[in-house]
Design a protein around this ligand. Structure first.
Ligand code: NAD
Ligand code: AHE
Ligand code: ZN
Length: 375
């Protein structure tokens, strides 16, 4: 198949909010600096649902969504040296070129090399898509487009992993789990003994709990409007629960009262701007730090009294938990293989590619964390 167009199946989002359609798509061979990957397993993340909903200013249609997956390199374009056909890989929506201003800064995991292209659904080389249906181009998404049996990614957007790792599990290390762990370890740098508050106990929030437990936080307070989330969260390290619906006072006040003045670290893992405000305002005066992880819709803005920051609270955000993707995803896979981090526990459902729309429905059901699709 090397050098040839591959026809395979993919779930195409033709329009916002319209059911995805399983189509036969043509996937062009990888050009210079590109890698064609056979996707074996992909999970769904709430960011896929967010873009599909039409609220993402970077959402373009028709497109192939998906960014949490694992597969095997089918072929590589000219000049690609770091992976070869047969390598097991995880596509990384956050690239790492090691050469750009961002990568060289040592201050961020964001990479500037291909971001301009991935934000508009094309490849860097020729600003065109490698996907088409009878000649009509279909946009890429987040530089990954894993809801396809074959995809083309930039070589800076693919992490080579241990071939012994089960791809049906480690696909989760493409987004949600690293995001939560890294928000704690890299972005907040939670110290032992800290009091932590987590808003939203989905996959990302539970991974924050797991990270906080590993960092020896003394109290890990989970906040969710769905009390059914609480039992499961204990297994990930949450020690106390608060349902805002059980209280008349604003949730920030409830937490300040519970913690003798506020928490040391809070994490917003929902994507709701009023919760982001509460997450900042429940932080302790003088040092409390709040990390925004959730993605909020186009047009939404955050606000608080500047006095909150004047008096020492810190507001931060994180993308992919601050992990450098190509360098650190393989390390996370190794940690999973050594049973140092959980992955299996986040997988609540398994379906196949033709059941894609059912998988999207499941995302909105409280019981579902991650649904893995066998491609
Ligand atoms: P999820 O929907 O599974 O989890 C959200 C949880 O929040 C649910 O348990 C829900 O009951 C709860 N919730 C909703 N409204 C609430 C409220 N007002 N108060 C308290 N709890 C509330 O989602 P997820 O997959 O865990 O993702 C969480 C967010 O993180 C999404 O916005 C996603 O787009 C974003 N995300 C960001 C990154 C990043 O790199 N920054 C990476 C992955 C996901
Ligand atoms: N296109 C969206 C932004 C979405 C966003 O913030 N994405 C997160 C990852 S979410 C993964 O589930 C991220 O890492 N952003 C950094 C980046 O480079 O995109 C919008 O609202 O414009
Ligand atoms: Zn995601």
């Amino acid at each position: 198949t090397q050098g040839q167009v591959i026809t395979c199946r993919a779930a195409v989002a033709w329009e916002a909010n319209k059911p995805l359609v399983i189509e036969e798509v043509q996937v062009a061979p990888p050009q210079a600096g590109e890698v064609r990957v056979k996707i074996l397993f992909t999970a769904l993340c709430h960011t896929d649902a967010y873009t599909w909903s039409g609220k993402d200013p970077e959402g373009l249609f028709p497109c192939i969504l998906g960014h949490e997956a694992a597969g095997i390199v089918e072929s590589v374009g000219e000049g690609v040296t770091e992976v070869q056909p047969g390598d097991h890989v995880i596509p990384c929506y956050q690239a790492e070129c090691r050469e750009c201003k961002f990568c060289k800064s040592g201050k961020t995991n964001l990479c500037g090399k291909v971001r301009a292209a991935t934000g508009v659904g094309v490849m860097m080389n020729d600003r065109k898509s490698r996907f088409s249906i009878n000649g009509k181009p279909i946009y890429h998404f987040m530089g990954t487009s894993t809801f396809s049996q074959y995809t083309v990614v930039h070589d800076v957007s693919v992490a080579k992993i241990d071939p012994k790792a089960p791809l049906e599990k480690v696909c989760l290390l493409g987004c949600g789990v690293p995001t939560g762990l890294g928000a704690v370890w890299n972005t907040a740098k939670v110290e032992a003994g800290s009091i932590v508050a987590i808003f939203g106990l989905g996959t990302v929030g539970l991974a924050v709990a797991e990270g906080a437990k590993a960092a020896s936080a003394s109290r890990i307070i989970g906040i969710d409007i769905d009390s059914n989330k609480f039992d499961r969260a204990k297994g990930f390290g949450v020690t106390e629960f608060v349902n805002p619906k059980d209280h008349d006072k604003p949730i920030q006040q409830v937490l300040v009262d519970l913690t003798d003045g506020g928490v040391d670290y809070s994490f917003e893992c929902i994507g709701n701007v009023s919760v982001m405000r509460a997450a900042l305002e429940c932080c302790h005066k003088g040092w409390g730090t709040s990390v925004i992880v959730g993605v909020a819709a186009s047009g939404q803005e955050i606000s608080t009294r500047p006095f909150q920051l004047v008096t020492g609270r810190v507001w931060k955000g994180t993308a992919f938990g601050g992990f450098k993707s190509r360098s650190q995803v393989p390390m996370l896979v190794d940690k999973y293989m050594k049973k140092e981090i959980k992955v299996d526990e986040y997988i609540t459902h398994n379906l196949t590619l033709p059941e894609m729309n059912k998988a999207f429905d499941l995302l909105h059901e409280g019981s579902c964390l991650r649904c893995v699709l066998d491609m």
